[in-house]
Design a protein around this ligand. Structure first.
Ligand code: PNW
Length: 446
C-alpha cells in the first residue's frame, strides 16, 4: 500500500546534540593495565553464578586499546556528543590519594580525540565501578565514601576540567540502590532494604559534594545528575491504584529529584520508611543543602514505564524487549520530559540514555538487520520531538549504546549497540540502526 502523502518531517533544533553513550566497565576491558585498581564489578562478575555465562568486563569491547578506531566510528556516525564514564579505580586504584597519571592520560587522549573530530565530550564520574578498597571500608553505606567521591571528582576536574564541557555526577543512583542493595543482582549483591535507602542518601550527598567540587575548581564545565526515571501510572481507575502509583513514583523518581532540585525528601516516602530507618537517621544538618547545590542541567534516562496496581504490585501493559523489565512505550518519553520540566524546571535537559536490546546476528553478507531498534529509536525520538515542540528545553539525546558491551548481569548476550561487536575478533560493524541514525543526524530530522 502506498502512502498518499509522505509523513511530515520532524526537524530538530539547529544545534541539537545527537549522541551515543557508553560506560567504562562495560566497554574498556584492560582490567589490569596501567595501574588500574579493582572495582566492585570486578569482584562481582568474577564470583561464580553472578553473571550470565560467568562473563566479566576483563576484555569487554577492548575499547581501552581500540579507542582511536572507536573515535573514528563516532566521527563516521556523525555524532555531536559522546557520553562516556571515567573509571574511578583507573584514577585512584584504592579510591583515595594521588592520581594515577596513566589513568588520567587515557581519558585525556580520549577527550582530545573527541575534540579533534568535532564531538563534544560528556563525562560521567561514576557509572557503578566503585573501587573495591572503598567497598571493603563499607561502600556507599559509609558516609565517608561520599567525601572520597568528592576528592576523586576534584582530581578529575583538575586534570580535565579545561576540556570537558558537561559532567554528570552519579549514573542512576536508583539502580545502585535497587539492583545493588535491594534485589542484589548488581554489585555489591546485597538484599538489605534498610541499607539501600541509606545508600541512596550517600549517593545523593556524593552528587552534591561533587557539584561543589566543580564550583571550587573554577573550570567552565556544566554539571548535573543522571537519573533513570520511570513514569509510574495507575494500572486501573481505582483510587487505591492512584495512591499506590503515587508512592511508587516517590521511590522511583521523587526520592532523587526532590532531594536534588527541591532540597527535601518526599514526605510520603519518608513516612513509608519510618523514623527508625537508616535513611532518616542518616540525614545530618546541612545535607539537603549540599544535595540540592544548584546544577546546570538534568540528565534523563528513559527505558520503561511502570503500571502499579491498588496493592502496590506491577503489571505489564506493553510488549517487552529482550530485557524483561523493559516495556516498550514511547509516549513515556514525552510524559517524563514534560513532567520534569513542569515539576523541577526550568532546567536544561539532556537524554543520556534510551535504547533496547535486540537479538542481533551478523549476517553472511556482513549486515546486521536490527529493525526493531530503528523503530524503537524513531518512536522515542518522535516523542522527544513532541516534548521539544511543547517547550521542553531538551538539548541533546544519547542512544544507549554506541557499541555492544558488557550488559552487567546479562553479560554479553544482550546487545544494545548501534554498532555490532564481534567479540572473538573485536571487529565493529555498523548495524542497520547506525546507518539510519547517521542519516537522521545528517538531516537533523526524522
Ligand atoms: C542503564 N530498569 O541501567 C545503565 O545506565 C546502563 O549501564 C545499562 O547498560 C543500560 O541501562 C541498559 O540496561 C538500567 O530496571 C538498569 O529499568 C535497569 C533499569 C534501567 C536502566
Amino acid at each position: 500500500v502506498e502512502r498518499a502523502e509522505p509523513a511530515a518531517r520532524l526537524l530538530f533544533p539547529p544545534d541539537f546534540g545527537w549522541g551515543a553513550a557508553t560506560s567504562a566497565y562495560q566497554i574498556e576491558g584492560a582490567a589490569k593495565e596501567d595501574g588500574r585498581g579493582e572495582s566492585v564489578w570486578d569482584t562481582f562478575s568474577r564470583t561464580p553464578g553472578r553473571t550470565r555465562n560467568g562473563d566479566t568486563g576483563d576484555v569487554a569491547a577492548d575499547h581501552y586499546h581500540r579507542y582511536a578506531e572507536d573515535l573514528d566510528l563516532m566521527r563516521d556516525l556523525g555524532l555531536r556528543s559522546y557520553r562516556f564514564s571515567i573509571s574511578w579505580p583507573r584514577i585512584q586504584p584504592d579510591g583515595t590519594g594521588a592520581a594515577n597519571q596513566r589513568g588520567l592520560d587515557f581519558y585525556r587522549r580520549l577527550v582530545d580525540g573527541l575534540h579533534e573530530r568535532g564531538i563534544a565530550p560528556m563525562a560521567t564520574l561514576f557509572h557503578w565501578d566503585l573501587p573495591q578498597t572503598l567497598q571493603d571500608a563499607g561502600g556507599w553505606e559509609s558516609r565517608d565514601v561520599a567525601h572520597r567521591f568528592a576528592d576523586y571528582a576534584a582530581t578529575v576536574f583538575a586534570a580535565l576540567g579545561d576540556r570537558v564541557p558537561v559532567w554528570l555526577t552519579i549514573n542512576e543512583p536508583k539502580t545502585v540502590v535497587q539492583n545493588g542493595y535491594l534485589r542484589g543482582h548488581h554489585a555489591p549483591g546485597r538484599q538489605d532494604p534498610d541499607a539501600a535507602y541509606l545508600v541512596a542518601h550517600h549517593l545523593q550527598l556524593a552528587h552534591g559534594l561533587a557539584v561543589q567540587s566543580l564550583r571550587a575548581d573554577g573550570s567552565n564545565g556544566r554539571i548535573g545528575p543522571a537519573f533513570n526515571l520511570h513514569p509510574c501510572y495507575p494500572a486501573d481507575d481505582s483510587p487505591a491504584a492512584a495512591e499506590a502509583a503515587r508512592l511508587y513514583d516517590g521511590y522511583e523518581n521523587r526520592l532523587y529529584l526532590d532531594s536534588a532540585f527541591h532540597g527535601s525528601y518526599p514526605e510520603d516516602v519518608l513516612a513509608d520508611l519510618g523514623p527508625d530507618s537508616r535513611l532518616v537517621r542518616g540525614i545530618q544538618d546541612g545535607d539537603l543543602e549540599i544535595i540540592s547545590s544548584p546544577v546546570d542541567l538534568l540528565a534523563v534516562q528513559y527505558y520503561t514505564p511502570i503500571y502499579v496496581t491498588g496493592t502496590g504490585g506491577t503489571v505489564r501493559r506493553w510488549p517487552t524487549s529482550e530485557a524483561s523489565w523493559q516495556q516498550i512505550y514511547p509516549d513515556g518519553m514525552y510524559d517524563i520530559l514534560t513532567r520534569v520540566t513542569r515539576d523541577y524546571g526550568p532546567v536544561p535537559l539532556t537524554v543520556t540514555e534510551n535504547g533496547l536490546p535486540t537479538p542481533d546476528v551478523l549476517g553472511a553478507d556482513g549486515t546486521v538487520e536490527d529493525t526493531g531498534r530503528v523503530t524503537f529509536l524513531r518512536d522515542h525520538l518522535a516523542a522527544a520531538h513532541r516534548a521539544i515542540a511543547d517547550g521542553v528545553p531538551l538539548e541533546s539525546f544519547h542512544v544507549w549504546s554506541l557499541l555492544d558491551n558488557f550488559e552487567w548481569e546479562e553479560g554479553y548476550e544482550q546487545r544494545w549497540g548501534l554498532i555490532y561487536v564481534d567479540y572473538p575478533t573485536q571487529r565493529r560493524v555498523f548495524k542497520r540502526s547506525a546507518h539510519w541514525y547517521r542519516k537522521v543526524i545528517a538531516d537533523n530530522a526524522l
